[in-house]
Design a protein. Structure first.
Lengths: 656, 656
């Protein structure tokens, strides 16, 4: 249905495109392209919300207790006694962060990730720092969650141990494809596995405690070999702080809900807040319970078997009979399966949030704008692909080892916590200095005076200070383990973001039509026609060139005097009297003498003069025929492409 | 020094290019570019000629005896008794081929390779078959000679055994670089190593015979383990024929001199002929002598130590004292060094002849014409690079094993022998049917009546029959070892050559100006201007488009109605009244709707109508800025590049 409008002296023709993308291998892989109008919007309740947003946070109990023990193992089994006190401290920190984020959820009903809160309250540098921290955080979440998932699989099926890296990379690619296709973050797809995981984990912890209280728990049979260094170290404060740093990976993902407030049913802030409290409570209980039981059964951290696997097979072990219990019976396998699946869901969270944040930062002009374009399935395909690529690379480099990846991770998480809470504290200060009834609209939320602003500022401020201290503890204690990479990378990323932003800003200024007068009239049009021979293709280009201007020069680069002489004689017949320049090329180079000549002409150009290079472009019947030609026209065009002030015109000629 | 000529109403400006290629990493690697005028021409005498042309043929004694023994080893040490009789037969064949080629050298004083002889006498199919056979022959020569050279090195230094493949690939790349730089095929560079090799080999054989006659030769101390299959096979005719096939690799390279007759001093045919006889005599003596001695010392063929190494350390072994003799003393090392160097010279022969033949076939239009272009150092760089690439690939695939490579090789060699000799026989028949005094000029030589033509025809005919029989023996006995690859590849290559030729011929017909009238006048010029926004760049392109024609249409693909509306309002101000088409793109595709629109316009095109797409091309200040833009202009140009009837014009706009 075309519409033609005549308005203010111009004709505007609007028409819908009938073009439907054809079926291709991409259709098979990621599904039919979706029209823009298909973008879905639906809201979810608390129970589903818990499932959708908690996978990231809850999955951390699969690795946080293990990574705490890994560090303590350096002090031998004596070190393990410190695991439970450390877990208690981590849980306290979890409570502080949760309370602090409660206020964010209510203040930003439109979604308040660290990037948005920092942008509104702390300025661009803080916002881009939070952006860089979050992006690296999501990459590492994907790498760690997949690696931990593979570690669970390998615990149950030790024969797969040598294939950890390909398994993990395969899972990343699978998740990438699922997300390119577009995963609906709602409904049964998330609820069933999450609640299955919760049921199995609570059962395992419950059975463990029951047997502990009845004195029948025992210790791990055939524990994996303990991987410790040459000598057993003493228990130092530094060691305990390192173990604590690893334990805080339990907090990763807690902030997730604050990003996704809009996904909840109304009253959405309230629903999101309650869901967050539930999530933190479950996480805290499981983290403490598992850490306690691990100490009782004497579990040993190892790349070969996860402590979750050791706990499950001890809790469900004899005298419980097979196939339900027993060393590796049904309940054991169900626990491992649940843990693996929640870890893959956590990976999926990274694939949902990384491209979304990339699109926001891209739209703000601090990352390539292409990240904000939606792909054929309405998802941010470029961000998804970038995440998969970098995460797979990390997995390959760090051999899918959670222990190797963790030191890179938590700094970014806690840095974004700190920035987010500090931003919130500043927001309350601003709120407190508004007149009652006054409203200030910021990009992410609306400021209104609230009476209890001092307490709220103190709560968020305390959260910011706690997480800032933890960030510092990380930077110092994990520096040598890999945190230095992040400490170098973060400023580089932020600098890069600003360099990108500068480019977009400059470009906008230069392209702006403000204060732009009428462009000068083109007074002279010089046309240069490079020819390699005189044939029908050349003559078609000549005809086109003469139509452009009366000032046409044909140029031939000569490597062979005899060929040049023959060309010159033909030109006398067919050249229509057009001037011919023959450039001798003693080094048998074609492009360079031609470019030199063109540059010489361009150097004498007047401001109101245009130079056009008319390039005869041979179009063969079959693609492989291109290999039989030196493609000088193509190289010439590439060489001239980015040359200012020169217009390049391709005149095709084809063999029928 | 520019010259301007006015002649027949056209102005021709000739000027030398002052452009000198700048120094770059290529200069460092392969040397300064050479001007065309520097092409050298010099002739050589018999002694130097032997050195230059014999490396290929003589080097074959490094592997031909060994590869004979490898096959016989399947029958256990009992099989080795057949080695000497086989060597005698090979030597008889060598004599037949040498006599046959004598006549070629005299008949083609301008150089008579198998390709040229077949082209003149047997037609294009035979010529292209010979061409394909020779090209594969050169590739395998390079692979085999380098692999055998590495096998010699490894024999002397067994610690290098695991590094055979990288060593061999490294040598190929080294030879490639030397040839890209341009090796002078003359003088001391060839003569010294060749004569050093001959001196050392004659000394080894001489000492061996002296000790054999005095009864002090003994057998190989610590021979390498014999690599035989599960069960010892009986000696069958098939086995002997297979061993014979391998032995005939001694004949490779014999035809070399017939290619290079022009390199000799006058009387060049005579000089070349005498040199060839010397070469064959030396080759025959050494081949027989070495094979005989190998039988006496009980040498065992092995990938770990070559039989040449076993012979040298036995001949020079105790009681000769170190450092001169002894197990691995000076004379042993000198023999291995000489053998290795001659093998590398043989590789160099492949690098000299493959590009030259590729250039001849390319100039004939049966291979891409680019092969006939000389590179910056006046050599056929593309052919050299292609040879290195394929040879390196073969070495990697066949793990630098001479035994694995040999079955692929000799078929091509003997096929080209057969075609060359059969061509010669036909030539004598043509000569015999000329009237005395009559002269016929062919492309490669001149035909004149000669009285003794019947005998000459019989000699070449006999040579052709012998080599044809050997080719057949190869095809049957080596079929399963790898000859099937060559038997499949050869017809495919010939078919490919003819497909290429057909393309060039058709193109020439279509581009020809014969029967070509004046092209129709351009009556209508439609200009389409795709725009993504209204800014200074768009307006520069608009200005250019309006200069081309009054029939300009601006086209915008809209993914976002709000953006389209904003563009439309800007166009009302800045669009100079030009018609604007807005294409809705529900699938957020940019290129496809635009291409669909352009194709629709093109479909309505009249014969005397031209369509030009004016593409605004953003030129950023720094290269990495390109990554920050979606490069729609670039993709559009690529999509339109090969579309017939549509002229594409890039109008650059740059940010200063």
């Amino acid at each position: 249905m075309e519409t033609i409008e005549e308005e203010n002296d111009i004709t505007v023709l609007r028409r819908p495109t009938e073009y439907r993308p054809p079926l291709s291998w991409r259709t098979w892989l990621i599904g039919r392209p979706l029209p823009t109008a298909d973008a879905p919007h639906q809201t979810i309740g608390k129970a589903i919300g818990l499932a959708v947003f908690a996978a990231d946070a809850l999955s951390s109990i699969a690795y946080a207790p293990q990574e705490t023990l890994v560090i303590l193992a350096a002090a031998g089994t004596a070190g393990f006694a410190y695991a439970f006190p450390i877990a208690l401290t981590v849980t306290v920190l979890l409570a502080i962060v949760t309370i602090s984020y409660q206020q964010t959820v209510h203040a930003y009903p439109g979604g308040g990730g660290a990037y948005i809160v920092a942008r509104d309250n702390l300025g661009e540098v803080a916002a881009q720092t939070a952006g860089a921290a979050l992006l690296t955080d999501y990459i590492l979440l994907a790498a760690v969650a997949v690696s931990s998932g593979v570690a669970q699989i390998v615990s149950a099926y030790p024969a797969l141990f040598p294939y950890r890296v390909p398994l993990a990379v395969g899972l990343v690619l699978f998740t990438m494809l699922a997300n390119l296709r577009g995963v609906k973050e709602s409904g049964a797809a998330f609820a069933i596995p999450t609640y299955f995981f919760l049921a199995m984990t609570f059962l395992t912890v419950g059975v463990g405690f029951f047997r502990y209280l009845t004195g029948t728990l025992g210790t791990v049979v055939d524990p994996p070999p303990l991987e410790i260094g040459a000598a057993v170290q003493p228990v130092t404060l530094f060691l305990i702080l390192r173990a604590f740093s690893n334990g805080t990976t339990a907090l990763t993902g807690v902030e997730c809900i604050s990003n996704g407030v809009t996904a909840f049913k109304e009253p959405r802030s309230r629903n999101a807040g309650i869901t967050m409290i539930w999530m933190s409570a479950i996480l805290g209980v499981l983290f403490l319970g598992i850490t306690f039981l691990l100490g009782q059964i004497g579990a040993l951290p190892s790349e070969e078997e996860t402590v979750i696997s050791q706990l499950a097979r001890t809790a469900y072990g004899p005298p419980l009979p097979l196939p339900i219990g027993g060393a590796r019976g049904g309940l054991y396998l169900a626990t491992i399966a649940g843990t693996t699946i929640i870890l893959i869901l956590a990976t999926n969270t990274a694939f949902a949030d990384f491209p979304r944040l990339g699109a926001i930062i891209g739209a703000d002009g601090f990352l390539p704008r292409q990240l904000a374009y939606r792909g054929s399935r309405l998802v941010f395909s470029r961000g998804i692909a970038a995440l998969a690529l970098i995460a797979a690379l990390l997995i390959v480099i760090f051999r899918a080892s959670v222990t190797a990846l963790v030191p890179l991770w938590a700094i970014g998480v806690f840095l974004s916590f700190t920035l987010s809470q500090a931003g919130m504290a500043h927001r309350w200060w601003k709120v407190g200095h508004l007149a009652p009834g006054q409203e200030v609209q910021e990009r992410g939320s609306t400021l209104r005076y609230e009476p209890g602003w001092t307490l709220k500022m103190v709560v968020n401020g305390f959260g910011a200070i706690c997480t800032a201290v933890v960030t510092l503890v990380f930077a110092v204690t994990k520096f040598r383990d890999g945190a230095w990479i992040v400490l170098l990378l973060m400023p580089a990323l932020v600098a890069g973001f600003f360099a990108i932003h500068r480019h977009y800003r400059d470009l906008a200024v230069h392209l702006s039509l403000e204060h732009y007068g009428t462009p000068p009239h083109i007074a002279r049009h010089r046309v240069i026609l490079p020819i390699s021979g005189v044939h029908r293709g050349t003559l078609a280009a000549l005809r086109y060139a003469r139509q452009l201007s009366d000032d046409v020069t044909a140029v031939h680069v000569s490597m062979d005097p005899a060929a040049a002489e023959s060309l010159r004689r033909k030109w006398e017949v067919w050249g229509e009297g057009i001037r011919l320049v023959i450039l001798d090329s003693p080094y048998r180079l074609l492009l360079e003498p031609l470019l030199e000549y063109i540059e010489e002409i361009a150097a004498q150009r007047q401001p109101n003069e245009t130079i056009t290079i008319v390039v005869p472009q041979f179009v063969p019947r079959r693609w492989w025929h291109n290999l039989l030609h030196a493609q000088e026209a193509l190289w010439l065009r590439l060489a001239l492409l980015f040359k200012p002030g020169i217009v390049v015109t391709d005149v095709p000629y084809q063999v029928e």
